[in-house]
Design a protein around this ligand. Structure first.
Ligand code: ADP
Length: 585
């Protein structure tokens, strides 16, 4: 129930509205039945003369009568049989309307919780630091947004239903109390007995639910990893090993689901006989020892039966709640961790890039591993600069530091003489066009791949960007032009075409700095030469930082830096900055 109370605190109005509607629906039903019972009692008295020795209505019936009559006298209505029957129908109709409103409110709240959790997770993830983000298994995150958010919000449904049943059970108990307090106390005792006896099943289901959450998360994470690298797996006929891993996790998930089915089935089968035995015992005691009238017995069976049924349902909903709870806490953990790893964006100065971006004695380590030591370099605005060096030497790290995705542990980065930490980093990033080595296009149109959903970018802008990237000719040759769908990760295009689309995507926002991270490494010399020519044509109008060890790019560059052994040395051209000469410890 901790989960339900947590959600109730987060969504107080929705919970209050729901519970109020349920409370009044219960009162309405209780009032309607109270109006009906004295009538039934009168009919029984007339037909069987079985009410009491002197033929008067039993005490409980008189009490209910009084409650109904007092309520009617307040509004000045005479309690005739027609009025009482009308009242009964009216109360039941009102109850149904209130139940409809309560169910609607519960449904809307469930949807709202799922939406809020999804959006919060996405917001926290996108707002988290780059170092945190790249360490997250994508499958865990997609599972959080899809499965866990759904299960977490459904838990509110179970909690709200449980609360509503508890309210209804309380109202039935109050009415049953008027008829026979002894029977009511006994039945509530029986309810508590069932809850205690069958507690183990609830625990089992909670554990199985937690396992379900864990295995679903693993399965989706593994699936995502395997599907994104399926080609080499198939090419090397090694998909069987992956298949075995997935099968194993799926089987574990299957076992967890089976355990849930077992505990729920056992609960259903055990509850009913226990309740039936109790009800029969109660009837026997009431008839033989308490000497109850037939009407009182019918009323008692009705109310006690309802109370016990509610207790049965309460336990079932509680089992469901226990099963779904783990998804909520798992998702909350993801959100909290992402929130803790929030990227600190303290700077508020407007970026300008008219002179240069400069690294000054910068050192950077991933955890304890130092990658750059006392590195200094300068990229003058409007120049074409390349970073060369062996794989793993720290070239991408330099680019990530310039973008502000990473922060140096030592030294400073200056943009036109202003420390990068003082700059509004999102505005600075909006001035950058970035083309990664792994060109992951979306399964969408060329247009969407370039605008990335930004509706402010029109088709004319897209055409200009495609022309600047040297991609317009082949795009025009496709069947639907910019509306051609590029397939899964751009698979219907060649490597060079994909790279040009990525360059167009980077150029469409008119960036001040274009960063290409090994963007031409995978291309054949001819295509690479063409892209180099494209980049050369952009020279002057835009600053280009190309990470590459390809000679074609090096030839076109005004400046080249060699990144090696944690240091950066000037390899081509001249800079006002001294080349650094740190050494990795
Ligand atoms: P390059 O771009 O020159 O190939 P990188 O800048 O990508 O090199 O990486 C430099 C070194 O830092 C590599 O040895 C790499 O393993 C390590 N590295 C890169 N990213 C991370 C990370 N997120 N966590 C830990 N180590 C990293």
């Amino acid at each position: 129930m901790k989960l339900f109370f947590t959600l109730a605190r987060k969504y107080p109005w929705q919970t209050i509205l729901t519970l109020t509607a349920i409370l009044f629906s219960g009162i309405s039903e209780g009032f309607g039945i109270s109006a009906l019972l004295p009538i039934l009692n009168t009919i029984f008295n007339q037909n069987t003369q079985a009410s009491g020795a002197d033929g008067r209505a039993p005490e409980w019936s008189t009490r209910l009568d009084q409650i109904v009559q007092q309520a009617l006298s307040v509004v000045g209505i005479q309690p005739t049989m027609a009025v009482l029957l009308g009242l009964f129908i009216g109360c039941i109709v009102l109850k149904c309307i209130l139940v409809y409103l309560a169910n609607k409110q519960i449904g809307f709240t469930v949807v709202l919780i799922a939406t809020d959790m999804r959006l919060t997770l996405l917001k926290c993830l996108f707002g988290s630091s780059w170092e945190y983000f790249i360490r997250q298994p994508i499958g865990h995150l997609t599972n959080g947004v899809a499965t866990e958010a759904h299960r977490a919000s459904t838990a509110f449904n179970f909690g709200a239903k449980l609360a509503s049943m508890a309210i209804e059970a309380s109202i039935y108990s109050a009415l049953a109390f008027v008829i026979s307090w002894k029977a009511t106390v006994m039945s509530l005792g029986a309810g508590v007995f069932i809850l205690v006896v069958l507690r183990r099943l609830v625990k089992k289901n909670r554990r199985a639910g937690a396992k379900q959450t864990e295995h679903t998360q693993s399965l989706i994470a593994q699936m995502t990893d395997i599907l994104t690298s399926i080609k080499p797996l198939k090419a090397m006929a090694r998909e069987r090993q992956s298949d075995a891993v997935l099968t194993d996790t799926t089987r574990r998930l299957n076992r967890a689901l089976q355990k849930q089915v077992l505990s729920k089935a056992a609960l259903g089968s055990l509850q009913e006989p226990i309740l039936t035995v109790f009800l029969v015992l109660l009837l026997y005691v009431a008839l033989v020892y308490w000497n109850q009238s037939l009407t009182a017995m019918i009323a008692m069976v009705f109310f006690i039966g309802k109370i016990l049924k509610q207790i049965e349902k309460i336990q079932k909903e509680y089992v469901n709640l226990a099963e779904y709870e783990s998804a909520y806490w798992s998702l909350v953990e993801k959100i909290d961790k992402a929130r803790e790893a929030r990227e600190v964006l303290a700077g508020d100065r407007h970026p300008s890039f008219n002179r240069a971006i400069r690294m000054d004695s910068v050192s950077f380590s991933y955890d304890t591993r130092e990658v750059l030591k006392d590195v200094s370099l300068e990229i003058p605005a409007g120049s074409f600069v390349t970073l060369i060096g062996p794989s793993g030497s720290g070239k991408t790290t330099v680019a990530d530091l310039l973008i502000g995705l990473l922060r140096p542990q030592k030294g400073d980065i200056w943009l036109d003489g202003v420390p990068l930490v003082q700059i509004d980093i999102r505005r600075w990033r909006a001035m950058i066009g970035y083309v990664p080595q792994e060109n992951l296009l979306m399964h969408d149109t060329i247009l969407k791949n370039i605008t990335l959903g930004d509706e402010a970018i029109g088709e004319i802008e897209v055409e200009k960007a495609l022309r600047a990237a040297g991609a317009w000719d082949f795009v025009q040759d496709t069947a639907r032009g910019i509306h051609t769908i590029v397939g899964e990760r751009g698979s219907v295009l060649s490597g060079g075409q994909r790279q040009r689309i990525a360059i167009a995507r980077a150029l469409v926002t008119h960036p001040h700095l274009l960063i290409l991270d090994e963007a031409t490494t995978a291309l054949d010399p001819k295509t690479e030469g063409e892209i180099c020519a494209t980049l050369a044509s952009l020279k002057g109008g835009i600053t280009i930082l190309a990470i590459s060890h390809q000679s074609a790019l090096l030839e076109n560059a005004d400046l080249a830096y060699r990144v090696q052994g944690g240091t950066v040395q000037l390899a081509k051209g001249s800079s006002r900055m001294p080349a650094s000469c740190g050494v990795i410890a």
